[in-house]
Design a protein around this ligand. Structure first.
Ligand code: DUC
Ligand code: ZN
Ligand code: ZN
Length: 508
């Protein structure tokens, strides 16, 4: 008699999982990794069995755009703001919303070393302790020869940091075109993805000065100061440079249709241009900036919420038609009732009056916990414009591929980390309106999505096989999350381009 293959062993068994809404099976997990998928997998007393009750199970969310504990730069100190969330509270909120991996930002201020900043963020993450797995993008504001030729090669080749964020706006952060090109060349040579905050800084500054000279400084003027044209011009420039340099590029937080048109054109000719949008551009409009009693400040972010309803519809179309590669939170929270948060936008005048200044309000919204349930509820269940497969692409699979984490993250398959979200069976879930105080786990004091009705919510989150969140309660402590070193970009066009780049050869 021939020998039988040993049956796979597992310590956790998910029964009746509707994997990505596509097929039902059991999932066996051993040492934090998926080791078996099939019908009626054998169990025993020593195996922890979780019955998913045929509910949808998706890979743990990978949020490629999260700001935590990022308020120590000279820029932040000068402005006087303190972020609402640290790595501890922000990742606690992430796992409660089904996100098991977050990519955070290390920030180089001008004159600083990028490598030293990365080392500091590592130290901070270790000291504070994360609930989720995490990696870093390196923000580069000063692309010196030392940074590009000595520091980045080490970070990319042995430090597991394979992406950089570059700014085309903000006085303290933006790159000139020449610096931008040099940074893109380094990214191309090192196999890094360049994330770009694309707004024309001069245009925004000019509009801001004009508004200030007219005394128009209330929160609603934030949207006027950042016109669609400022974004579209910078996106056009960034995409042009990406094409010239053949550097994979992700345009972050895209908010207007004009930007999408540029991106779509580049994608149609298979340029390595990718795009991200965020929940606020799908679900919130400029009207929120008008809210009374300075509540508009809760909605101040850059790029701003848009007034044109066509923009919101266009963003939805991009979610459906593939223009957007990833859907990230851009979680960047500041407390509202806090003198080091959104209240920085209120100035007490000598005559006893108070002036609102949108320029002094720290930019950013919370959203790491609501990202998955919002897209699932609004996109899959209410509008029914995307299926679970596309939901998974946007929230987990594509960010994992783009940032070199796939298939360890972003997939439900044998060999992948057992990072999983078990949703509620649809037939038994009672729709509920979001209450920040009751439902969320961050350290902010509001949610921009307060009162929105959710049609489902993660019932359970597993991080490397461990149930870390269940039925509204976080079950682990900070410190279980690990740094995940990343490989190069795995998006399909990039593979095709490998080894074909030589700008000078093409020119002569
Ligand atoms: N850009 C971001 O990506 N997040 C917050 C603020 C900003 O300008
Ligand atoms: Zn940005
Ligand atoms: Zn951001």
């Amino acid at each position: 008699m021939g020998s039988l293959a040993p049956s796979p062993s597992f310590e956790v068994l998910l029964r009746n999982a509707n994997v990505n809404g596509a097929f039902v099976c059991d999932i066996g997990i051993q040492d934090g990794v998926i080791t078996a998928m099939g019908m009626h997998l054998p169990s025993s007393e020593r195996i922890a069995v979780i019955d998913c009750e045929y509910a949808v199970v998706t890979p743990g969310g990978v949020d490629g755009h999260v700001h935590l504990s990022q308020d120590k730069s000279p820029r932040a100190k000068e402005a006087g703001y303190v972020a609402a969330d640290t790595i501890e509270t922000g990742t606690r909120s992430a796992i409660a919303g089904g996100t098991t991996t977050v990519l955070l930002f290390t920030e180089q201020s001008r004159g600083q070393s990028v490598a030293e900043q990365v080392a500091k963020y590592h130290e901070t993450a270790q000291r504070i302790g994360s609930y989720a797995d995490y990696g870093f993008h390196a923000i580069i504001t000063d692309p010196t020869t030392k940074v590009l030729e000595q520091e980045l090669p080490v970070l990319a080749r042995s430090g597991g940091i394979t992406s950089m964020k570059l700014f085309l706006t903000y006085k303290h952060m933006r790159l000139s075109d020449a610096q931008f090109l040099r940074a893109l060349k380094a990214a191309r040579e090192l196999g890094m993805v360049a994330l770009v905050h694309a707004e024309n800084g001069d245009l925004v500054d000019f509009f801001t000065e004009q508004l200030e000279s007219l005394g128009l400084t209330q929160t609603q003027y934030k949207a006027v100061a950042h016109p669609a044209a400022a974004e579209a011009e910078a996106v056009n420039r960034a995409v042009t440079f990406s094409t010239v340099m053949d550097t994979p590029m992700l345009i972050v937080h895209v908010s207007v249709k004009e930007s999408m048109e540029v991106i779509r054109r580049a994608q149609a000719s298979l340029k390595p241009v990718f795009a991200e949008t965020c929940p606020q551009y799908l679900l919130l409009g400029k009207k929120r900036l008008d809210e009374a009693h300075f509540c508009g400040a809760k909605f101040i972010c850059s790029p701003p919420l848009r007034s044109d309803p066509d923009d919101i519809e266009a963003i939805w179309r991009g979610i459906v038609n593939g223009t957007f590669t990833i859907f990230s939170s851009d979680h960047c929270p500041y407390r509202f009732n806090d003198p080091q948060g959104k209240q920085l936008g209120l100035t007490n005048n000598e005559d006893g009056t108070i002036t609102e200044k949108f320029t002094q309000v720290p930019n950013g919204l919370p959203g790491v916990e609501t990202r998955l349930p919002l897209l699932f509820s609004e996109g899959v269940l209410k509008r029914r414009c995307i299926d679970v497969k596309r939901f998974v692409e946007l929230t987990s699979e594509n960010p994992a591929k783009l940032y070199g984490l796939y298939p360890k993250k972003g997939a439900i398959q044998i060999g992948s980390d057992a990072d999983l979200v078990v949703w509620h069976p649809q037939s038994t879930f009672q729709p509920r309106k979001l209450s920040h105080a009751r439902d969320l786990h961050d350290a902010c004091d509001y949610s921009p999505y307060e009162g929105i009705e959710f049609w489902n919510w993660p019932r359970m989150t597993l991080l490397r096989g461990q149930v870390v969140f269940k039925e509204g309660t976080v079950l682990t402590k900070n410190g279980v999350g690990r740094f995940v070193p990343r490989q190069g970009c795995e998006m399909p066009y990039i593979k095709r381009m490998e080894g074909k780049w030589d700008v000078l050869k093409a020119a002569v």
